[in-house]
Design a protein around this ligand. Structure first.
Ligand SMILES: C[S@@+](CC[C@H](N)C(=O)[O-])C[C@H]1O[C@@H](n2cnc3c(N)ncnc32)[C@H](O)[C@@H]1O
Length: 376
């Protein structure tokens, strides 16, 4: 290695040690971040997360425990993202925007009225008051070369398809992006049926992104046995009362001719979707136990069910109560699904960044202190 290369390597090492920044690659922001399901895979392929927004304090606790920032980090950890959408110039420059945004209805009636009045309508009118509107304002200001958004599968059918049509219209026609979307089931990666819609956008319309090229593992996919612990604290076994109640509830609905009620699984099965309400009674995914009442999954098993850690490992930090832990995993993305999308996006992101200068040392403007904005 010659002296210049050695010096460059040393500079890069210092960069990573001091600021958490990886040399080359892209900077990204993590909106509606939850516990960071997007950040894990994008940290693997990008350079640095420069901005995170998450309102829930328990999610923030888990996120900070798993993504500690060095003392001199330029990363900003915001709470409510809405004040930042009012002043998007305070969000650091970035090449990729990530967001699993909450779904809210848009006032289409308002749009028709504005049309009738002959007034121009755009996302400023159509989506005002929604979190998508705030997201759109940030994209509009920063024009990142690429973004990845995620939502529930039902987004496509929400309000008779109008919500989705508005979102795509805004991204394509008003923000000027080329947009691709695909509903992806997590079953090839984890033993859980969880279908989510992913929306990818590139500012450069020449980018040849193709969701059909996604590297989906072949075969039947893993079964629950691969994520279950052998020895589990008896506190996760349903109480006599709860088990009696759940059986009665299911019987009542069976007689009424519908299939509501608990679902029992064994190690050879694939679980239903883990929901944020799992903490209530765990009835959507109960694990059968020989000679005993069924049990819930532990939060650690949920971490594996969502792909936050591999079977047999316990490296994901869960600093919160079981109730909060279940809520956080039930709201999260399946990490290996996002990893596959990130890997498909990576060369296209680099292509899309061509022509855009990306400084080696990230200069992040410090935001002015404002009520409602917490910066690290
Ligand atoms: C569907 S979850 C995202 C989960 C995330 N993708 C993950 O893997 O953990 C949506 C998140 O948006 C957060 N949120 C909702 N409104 C917000 C706002 N105005 N500002 C910041 N975060 C918000 C919620 O607290 C929730 O954690």
């Amino acid at each position: 290695m010659n002296a210049r290369l050695r010096l460059e390597k040393l500079r890069q090492t210092v960069d990573v040690r001091c600021t958490g920044a990886r040399p080359g690659g892209f900077r990204f922001i993590d909106l509606f971040a939850g516990i960071g399901g997007f950040r894990i895979p994008f940290e693997g392929i990008g350079r640095q997360c420069v901005f995170t927004a998450e309102r829930d304090r328990f999610c923030r606790e888990t996120y900070s425990a798993n993504f500690p920032e060095p003392a001199n980090s330029e990363h900003i950890f915001a709470e409510d993202m809405r004040p930042w959408a009012d002043a998007p110039e305070k969000i650091p420059a970035h090449e990729v925007l990530l967001a699993g945004f909450p779904c809210q209805p848009f006032s289409i009636a308002g749009v028709s009225k504005k049309n009738a009045l002959g007034r121009p309508h755009g996302f400023l009118c159509d989506t005002q008051g929604t979190l998508f509107y705030d997201l759109a304002r940030i994209i509009d200001h920063h024009q990142p070369p690429a973004f990845l958004l995620e939502n529930v599968k039902n987004l496509e059918r929400h309000d008779g398809g109008k919500t989705f049509a508005t979102i795509i219209h805004v991204l394509e026609n008003e923000l000027g992006y080329r947009v691709f979307h695909r509903v992806i089931s997590s079953t090839p990666w984890v033993p859980q049926k969880r279908e989510r819609i992913f929306i990818v956008g590139f500012r450069d319309h020449g980018i040849g992104f193709d969701f059909d090229q996604l590297a989906v593992p072949e075969g039947d996919g893993p079964k629950l046995g691969s994520i279950l612990d052998r020895k589990v604290d008896p506190k996760y076994t349903l109480t006599e009362n709860m088990w009696t109640y759940l059986q009665g509830y299911r019987e009542k609905h069976r007689k009424a001719g519908n299939g509501f009620g608990f679902a029992l699984f064994d190690p050879n099965d694939v679980a239903r979707t883990l929901s944020a309400r799992y903490c209530k009674d765990g009835s959507e995914i109960l694990i059968a136990q020989k000679g005993n009442r069924p049990r819930r999954l532990t939060p650690r098993e949920c971490a594996r069910l969502m792909g936050f850690e591999k079977p047999g490992q316990t490296d994901w930090k869960i600093p919160v109560s079981d109730t909060q832990g279940y809520r956080q995993f039930g709201n999260a993305v399946v990490v290996p699904v996002v990893k596959a999308i990130a890997q498909l996006m990576q060369p296209r992101i680099i292509e899309a960044m061509n022509g855009r200068e990306v400084p080696q040392t990230v200069q992040v403007p410090l935001p002015l202190p404002e009520p409602g904005i917490a910066a690290e």
